[in-house]
Design a protein around this ligand. Structure first.
Ligand code: FES
Length: 122
């Protein structure tokens, strides 16, 4: 399987990896096709994502996607963050091997889950 240079860079040196202790919301999803799990922590102020971190038990593609996604959402409003598509992330990463496309959904689903929970609390 061939990964783009950008995927390999993100995988070797993931951005925003870890957890946020006093996060305003956390989204967690599992990938039914491989059993991997993704968690996204958000710190939100005035509907702006001030900080974001992720933890994953996942493959290289899932890590690279989360790293790129968390870079993209930082500083955005939660409405803007919800508009980010899987295609945008895949393009930002210079493509993903076809068999890894399902992995790219994990980060987005966890982000949506976290925002959904936050909106319910508000
Ligand atoms: Fe599980 Fe990629 S193989 S997230």
């Amino acid at each position: 399987m061939i990964y783009s240079d950008k995927v390999i860079q993100h995988f070797k040196n993931p951005h925003n990896q870890g957890s946020i202790e006093n996060a305003d919301t956390v989204g967690e999803v599992g990938n039914p096709s491989c059993g991997d799990v993704m968690k996204i922590y958000l710190k939100i102020e005035d509907r702006i994502i001030k900080d974001v971190k992720f933890e994953t038990l996942g493959c290289a593609a899932a890590i690279a996607v989360s790293s790129a996604l968390t870079d993209m959402v930082k500083g955005k409003s939660i409405d803007e963050a919800l508009e980010i598509t899987r295609q945008q992330i895949i393009e930002d990463l210079g493509g993903l091997p076809e068999v890894k496309v399902h992995c790219s959904m994990l980060g987005i689903e966890a982000l949506h889950e976290a925002i959904k929970k936050y909106e319910k609390k508000d």
